[in-house]
Write a protein that binds this ligand. Structure first.
Ligand code: FE
Ligand code: FE
Ligand code: ZN
Length: 279
């Protein structure tokens, strides 16, 4: 079975996300643990946690994924932003532990002119400060498009970060289809080549999830603008090859396409129909 969901709003609580997922025949989803732009995170409501855990269990959901606010920057030049980021990501992971054995994804960061190497050192320091041997959450580095001073648009960047992390079994990668395409990895004409390169540099055993997005911009544009499935430069056929690829097909896929809930439901239905069952 295809493991697929989309990004859902957490504003009505955990159980509401589970119900939204069920309403569109998703069997996983992604959500922001705190306000994507700000710092606030509600007190954890244990009854609400229990209700979502029940939905997850009864409906045999695949791993769900928390996403860090996109305003954070683990390698900010501004000491206060950096400290806040480290604290917020640590707090997010603690909250993910209410849902054991799931995934938490963050953008590696923007080096802001300090250079990629300094950025990478900061990201490694953060991870070595906050990862705990006892945690059950796997923390994922997202592949980035390379806009501005983003770290993580090259597989080599991610490899260096993983190399520096002590608790390697707590860390992995989430591949964003729009971002890798904008970064110059041609998943349309050479998906096998890109996956071989990923395997050679990072190792496919480190790949835990896919952000399934089309792209408003062409290959190597270094822009980060998601498009609906089939309406961008990646196109429906290439996306269908991604979900069916033997090395990817069992991973959880998360749509971050510009859609409302019913739009995501239509994409999920189309992708489920395009998923080959007996290969
Ligand atoms: Fe992201
Ligand atoms: Fe993404
Ligand atoms: Zn993006």
């Amino acid at each position: 079975m295809l493991n697929i969901g989309c990004h859902l709003s957490a504003s009505n609580g955990y159980e509401a996300m589970g119900k939204d997922a069920l309403a569109i025949e998703a069997n996983t989803f992604q959500f922001f643990i705190r306000n994507p732009r700000g710092s606030k995170a509600k007190e954890v409501d244990l009854e609400d946690v229990k209700s979502l855990l029940k939905i997850i269990e009864e409906n045999k959901f695949s791993r769900i994924m928390g996403h860090a606010p996109y305003t954070l920057n683990p390698c900010s030049i501004n000491e206060r932003t950096k400290e806040f980021t480290w604290w917020a990501i640590e707090d997010d992971i603690k909250r993910m532990e209410y849902f054991p054995n799931n995934l938490y994804n963050f953008h590696p960061g923007n080096h802001m002119g300090q250079g990629t190497e300094v950025g990478i050192t900061n990201i490694i320091n953060m991870l070595n400060n906050i990862l705990k041997p006892t945690q059950t959450t796997t923390v994922l580095l997202e592949t980035m498009s390379g806009k501005g001073t983003e770290v993580g648009s090259k597989f080599e960047d991610l490899r260096k970060i993983i190399d520096g992390v002590v608790l390697k079994d707590k860390i992995g990668v989430c591949l964003d289809a729009c971002h890798v395409y904008s970064a110059g990895y041609d998943i349309v004409n050479d998906l096998d080549g890109v996956l071989n390169e990923f395997d050679r540099i990072i190792g496919l055993d480190k790949l835990y999830a896919i952000h399934l997005n089309d792209s408003k911009n062409p290959l190597a544009s270094q822009k980060d603008r998601h498009e609906k499935i089939g309406e961008g430069y990646i196109g429906k056929e290439a996306i269908i090859r991604i979900i069916n690829h033997p090395k990817l097909r069992n991973l959880p896929f998360f749509l971050e396409t510009p859609n409302d809930l019913s739009g995501h439901g239509r994409e999920i239905k189309m992708l489920r129909e395009a998923y080959m069952c007996n290969v």
